[in-house]
Structures are given as C-alpha cells and as structure tokens.
Design a protein around this ligand. Structure first.
Ligand code: ADP
Length: 288
C-alpha cells in the first residue's frame, strides 16, 4: 500500500488561554492527528468544543501551549487557505477584481492576462460574474464563492472551511458544496468544520470534537452507524444493532437519510452499502 503523504501532524497539542484574572483556561487537550494529502476531513462537534481552534492552528494563527505541530512546509500561508463563516470578514477589495488583485498570482500577470485569469478563477467555483461587480452587491452565497475562488486561486494544499455555509440559504449551500467537491477532485485536501451533518457525507474521514478533545476519528459510515458501519459488508449477519453511534454520542440527531436507513434495518432489510445520502439510499433500495 502506498504511504499517504502527511501534510500536517499534531502531536499531543494543547491550548491554554491566559485569562484577565491571570488564570489559565485549557480549551484544547492532547489533540493528536495527521492530515494526509487528498483527504476530505469533516470536523464536527458541539459549540465550544474546539473546532475553530483547529482552524486557527492549521492557519498558523494560534501557537500551541503544549505539544507539537509539524507541516510539510514552513510556508503556512501558501500551504493552507481558509474560508470562514462571515463572508464579508475576509474582503479587502471593493470589487471582485480588486479582491483577486491582492493575490500574489495576480501580481505576475499583465492587465490583459488578468482578464482571462479572473474568468478562470471564478469559473472554478461555478461563478460567471463580471470582475467589476462590487462585492457589496453580491448575495451571501456569491460572496462565499468569491472567497472560495480567491482561496483556490492560490492553489493551496489544504483548503480549510470553517462553517462557510452557516449564513447561506440551501441553494447557495449546495453551490459551495459543489465547488468544494470540484476542488477535492482536483487534488486539494479539504478540512471542513461544520455542524450540518449533510455536509459530512462527502468526507473521507470525520473528526469529532467534544470539550477540547478528539472523541472520534474515523470513516463517515462508522460515525453515523457506529460499529456496524465498519462491518457493512457483513451486515446481513448482524441481526441486532445498537442505535447509538458517535454521531448520537456527540449530541447530534442523525440526518434524515441515516434515520430512515436505521428504521429499514430494524425492519430486517439488508442495506449494503449503508447509505450516506439520498442517492445512495435510493440506489441501495432499487438494487434489492
Ligand atoms: P467551536 O468552534 O467548537 O465552537 P472554539 O474552538 O471556538 O469552539 O472554542 C473552544 C473553547 O475555547 C470555547 O470554550 C471558547 O470559549 C474558548 N476560546 C476560544 N478563543 C478563546 C480566547 N481567545 N480566549 C479564551 N477562550 C477562548
């Protein structure tokens, strides 16, 4: 088996904030994880569990109090680019063109070269907008797509998303998801922090945070279905299964598809593979 290339490695990482009172507040304890090239890591957990702390550590904005972080390269800014929750928080330019002009890639282009580059960068996230459009006139979804386009234009090894769809309507959420899928297919490693479990189904790996610690690290099927998810090939032999799963243990209601599948399993149906989204559920039922 080919060894997967490690891009970032955290070993026993902890973060302790010094409060005004002088007291230390430990918000991250003993976090160890490796992120490999090509992965799509979904990071989930309740509010205040330490997910955004992971974002700031990966973006090189938060030094560790204890433990180590190793990266494939010391150039953190070119290695990892982030798109955060508030679309406007990341804007520097007034128009799309100005926004993109701040990127180092633009500096090497002539005015003529830039025109086709803008179109290319925007098309990569499915946007066909005039680069002269003022950012303030864009919808929330379009703003996040411009942020995504700007992040991807620098060809980062890791695209870090911290709840980028939190403020968006369902149609825009879908567009962002599609753009991220395209980037992943193009070889970008994805780390997506989300509390929307439907966004987890695309991931190759789920990391669950609870109270500043990693409580789960494994495949989406195991996250949603528990131990049974790991043994889905042998599922026909498993007559009874525990309804508890890492997803439930972290305090989430499983998505509708997973709940439906679980009901069907309880009725004695065999579902293989265990479905993670509507398309898979429809397929597994129609193949029976
Ligand atoms: P999440 O993204 O899962 O909601 P965070 O990583 O933002 O969680 O926060 C983890 C914990 O660290 C929370 O209890 C939060 O209040 C605390 N925290 C985050 N930033 C700071 C800070 N600068 N000073 C003190 N505490 C902080």
């Amino acid at each position: 088996m080919r060894t997967r290339e490690k891009l970032v490695s955290l070993k026993n990482a902890s973060i302790v904030y010094r409060m005004e009172s002088g007291e230390g507040r430990r918000v991250w304890s003993g976090v160890s994880l490796d992120i490999h090239r090509g992965e799509w890591v979904a990071v989930v957990g309740p509010n205040g569990s330490g997910k955004s702390t992971l974002a700031s550590v990966l973006l090189g904005m938060n030094p560790l109090s204890e433990g180590q972080v190793q990266r494939r390269t010391d150039d953190v800014t070119s290695m990892t680019r982030g798109v955060l929750q508030l679309p406007e928080a990341q804007f520097i330019g007034e128009t799309i063109a100005e926004e993109l002009d701040f990127l180092p890639q633009a500096q090497q282009l002539t005015a003529e070269g830039r025109r086709s580059w803008y179109a290319e960068v925007l098309a990569a996230v499915g946007l066909s907008l005039s680069p002269e459009r003022t950012m303030a006139t864009l919808s929330g979804g379009q703003k996040q797509l411009v942020n995504l386009a700007a992040a991807l234009a620098t060809s980062p090894e890791i695209l870090l998303l911290d709840e980028p769809t939190a403020m968006l309507d369902p149609a825009s959420r879908k567009e962002v998801r599609e753009a991220v899928r395209q980037a992943h297919q193009g070889g970008t490693t994805i780390v997506w922090i989300s509390h929307r479990l439907e966004e987890v189904a695309d991931a190759t790996r789920v990391i669950g945070f609870g109270a500043g610690r990693i409580t789960f690290d494994g495949e989406p099927r195991k996250f949603f279905y528990g131990e049974v998810g790991e043994k889905s090939e042998k599922f026909e032999k498993i007559k009874k299964f525990e309804k508890s799963s890492p997803c439930v243990e972290l305090g989430f209601d499983p998505p509708f598809v997973i709940q439906t599948a679980m009901h069907l399993l309880e009725q004695g149906l065999t579902l293989h593979p265990l479905p993670l989204n509507m398309e898979e559920l429809a397929e597994v039922i129609s193949c029976r």
